[in-house]
Design a binder for this molecule. Structure first.
Ligand code: AMP
Ligand code: ZN
Length: 468
């Protein structure tokens, strides 16, 4: 098995990747909060986690992966305060919380599919595990890690030797007034204590509530990932993933709860993807303005172009999004794709050459999941003095990890949603023309043109194509 070196947020160093059980990986991923569409920043994180999972399989591991869907609570700020994001989404769209959750969960997986992000083996919605949270919270109370105050159940961080192990923060950093988002809650014994179960809702309109031994209420955000992970992946987790904003407090609290319940170390490796930023700062769902994958498609970018954009940069670096860079990647992707498709299908694969380049790719990626070096190896294959059949076989092999659809024929990628949108626009334009509203007809043509969609009027009607 390849000697895979991977940065570990827990040790703050690039460590050899090791597993609890030989050859098997238990992997957990924090899933989306489904109150809005995922933005392309969220999708960067899921894409890099997808590459990680596929690479682990590529080097021979048997990977079992679980993910939650946050369909309850999740407060606006990462402290136990602010607005409930799910309720906010439901109010905005005049729907129930569960309708909102279902709609955006489906939309999330549709985006993942477009980006070739594999759905984890196990996907659990937070609302389906209430009994499990109650069971864990009871254990925490019995073991004296949790206490009841003001109607809520809190985790007492002072009971742990090293609550801040993931961040290296000291408790002074989190004193009231030092961190803006930590406000005084007089129920708390320590400022860093967090809620495991709310019965005293801060939100008059809290939609989802359940019976519990402590009264009717709802779980704190962090408990869902501990519970879903331990129930499905057992007591020893090999790797836990998320975006860097999850490190504190979410993952810190997950470690606290899980290790307090288990009485031993829980997760060996912590993998965090840095943020996608716009020129003005972090792309964020709660800011309301963000880019979605559908929007990129409407502007004429194939989801594979965005995947390549992300894979060309290292997951630990922040990545600034711009359309200029995306345009360059689009040109590079199309050129690469054409080149791969022009390779002849004839001839025999040379096993020795195949193995040698496969090893090169595996070791490039073994250096802290260096996807851009992986792509460079792919370009090296195209330039190499080896036959087309071997090149094709290698690209197919690398694409098991990169998933850039390099051997897929171009036109099969046309998206159903996009087709519907363009056909609706063509219909509107036809009606505008029939009503002699030529300026509207021109506006529609120009709007499509801005998205690289070209209309052609023929005697049999209007046809369209994407100008790549
Ligand atoms: P959320 O739906 O807000 O819970 O976020 C889903 C995932 O996306 C989490 O793993 C976050 O850490 C991650 N994330 C949030 N914002 C960004 C961003 N701008 N760039 C990359 N990942 C992000
Ligand atoms: Zn989580």
């Amino acid at each position: 098995m390849e000697n895979f070196m991977l940065y570990n947020t827990l040790t703050k160093s690039v460590d050899p990747f090791v597993t609890y059980e030989n050859g098997k990986v238990n992997m957990y991923t924090c899933g989306p909060t489904v109150y809005h569409f995922a933005h392309i920043g969220n999708l960067r994180t899921y894409m890099m986690e997808d590459v990680l999972e596929k690479y682990l399989k590529f080097i021979g591991y048997d990977v079992k992966r679980a993910m939650n869907i946050t369909d309850v609570g999740h407060l606006e700020s990462d402290a136990d305060e602010g607005e409930d994001k799910m309720v906010k989404g439901a109010v905005r769209e005049h729907k129930t919380v569960l309708e909102i959750a279902k709609f955006y969960e489906d939309a999330f997986f549709a985006d993942c599919e477009k980006l070739n992000v594999r759905k984890p083996d196990i996907v659990v919605s937070a609302t389906s595990y209430i009994d499990e949270y109650i069971r864990l919270i009871k254990i925490l109370i019995d073991k004296d890690y949790a206490y009841k105050a003001g109607g809520n159940i809190y985790f007492d961080i002072s009971k742990l030797e090293d609550y801040y192990c993931l961040t290296g923060h000291s408790s002074e950093n989190l004193a009231v007034g030092v961190r803006e988002d930590v406000s005084e809650d007089e129920n708390k014994r320590n400022n860093g204590d967090f809620v495991l179960w709310f019965t005293k809702s801060k939100f008059a309109d809290q939609a989802l509530r359940w019976e519990s031994p402590w009264g009717v209420g709802y779980p704190g955000w962090h408990i869902e990932c501990s519970a879903i992970s331990m129930k499905n992946l057992g007591e020893h987790l090999d790797i836990h993933c998320g975006g860097v904003d999850n490190i504190f407090p979410h993952h810190t609290n997950e470690i606290a709860q899980s290790e307090a319940v288990l009485g031993h170390k829980w997760c060996t490796h912590w993998f965090h993807v840095n943020h996608l930023n716009t020129k003005t700062g972090k792309m964020s769902k709660s800011k309301g303005e963000f880019l979605t994958l559908s929007l990129l498609q409407e502007k004429g970018y194939d989801p594979m172009v965005y995947r390549m954009f992300c894979l060309q940069s290292h997951y630990r670096n922040p990545l600034v999004f711009s359309f200029e860079t995306l345009d360059n990647v689009k040109a590079a992707y199309n050129k690469l794709h054409d080149k791969v498709l022009s390779l002849s299908k004839d001839g025999e694969v040379n096993k020795e050459e195949f193995d040698s380049y496969r090893d090169k790719f595996a070791s490039a990626m073994a250096n802290d999941l260096n996807t851009s070096m992986g792509i460079t190896t792919l370009y090296d294959v195209l330039k190499a003095d080896i036959n087309d059949a071997t090149k094709r076989a290698l690209i197919e092999e690398f694409d098991k990890v990169l998933s850039l659809d390099l051997l897929k024929e171009s036109d099969s990628g046309v998206d159903e949603e996009l087709t519907k949108y363009v056909e609706d626009m063509i219909e509107k334009r036809k009606s505008a023309k029939a009503e002699k509203n030529y300026s509207l007809a021109d506006e529609i043509r120009n709007e499509l043109l801005e998205k690289n969609i070209v209309l052609k009027d023929t005697k049999d009607g209007t046809t369209w194509s994407i100008n790549k």
